[in-house]
Unconditional design. Structure first.
Ligand code: ATP
Length: 199
């Protein structure tokens, strides 16, 4: 599995549609200060489901939408598509190429797609959760991140290792199942009360 291409449109400094083709191996992005190198990395984090504006170096999520320049009006939406080569089947989906799209409007409304079909953020998170490019973005190591990891609390470090090992997904499913069981038990109790009243 490797990242094949990234198309960015209306995202941060990328007003016009821009496609970066990525080959297997190492890719270096070079350019002057403020030219948008980090915005490329932000686009990857964002399309993979990042929900924190701070992690994207903004104050609020809307800040990812092109805000305009002296010569160009602001845009109403940001859109990023990441195409992943899935030739080795690392992603549990029957396609050798997988495109993930995220779109956001100024109203705050977001849309997600997998290979052009609408889906929920949860579908994207589930698709990626066993591949090592999960929600916590351990694939993106920002400045100061290694230091934070070394000084993390044991439980935070454990969460990191669990995600890397693919355990986190099952833990979340277990928590969800327990919540459903609890709700079911409440319903059963209520039913028993009603039956007792009718006797
Ligand atoms: P450095 O080498 O200094 O780290 P960089 O190449 O990584 O810089 P970025 O931080 O990616 O640069 O890009 C910063 C630029 O992106 C700034 O010029 C900023 O004005 C622009 N920018 C960020 N968000 C938006 C937005 N929503 N609309 C328009 N431009 C934006």
């Amino acid at each position: 599995m490797h990242l094949k291409s990234l198309t960015v449109k209306g995202f941060k400094s990328f007003a016009s549609a821009t496609t970066l083709r990525l080959e297997p191996g190492i890719t270096c992005v070079v350019g002057p200060n403020g030219s948008g190198k980090s915005n490329v990395v932000d686009a990857i984090a964002w399309v993979l489901g990042e929900q924190g504006a701070k992690a994207l170096r903004g104050g609020k999520m809307e800040d990812v939408i092109f805000a305009g320049t002296a010569g160009r009006a602001p845009l109403g939406r940001a859109e990023v598509t990441l195409t992943i080569d899935n030739g080795d089947g690392a992603l549990p989906i029957d396609y050798t190429e997988v495109s993930i799209t995220r779109r956001m409007f100024r109203s705050g409304e977001s849309e997600y797609e997998i290979n052009g079909s609408s889906c929920r953020l949860l579908d994207i998170q589930e698709l990626l959760s066993d591949s090592g490019i999960g929600r916590e973005m351990h694939i993106i190591v920002g400045q100061g991140r290694l230091d934070a990891m070394l000084h993390a609390k044991p439980e935070d470090r454990r969460a990191f290792i669990e995600e890397a090992a693919g355990v986190l997904k099952h833990r979340k499913r277990k928590e969800k199942a327990i919540r459903k069981l609890d709700a079911m038990q409440t319903n059963l109790n209520r039913l028993n009360d009603l039956t007792a009243e009718l006797r």
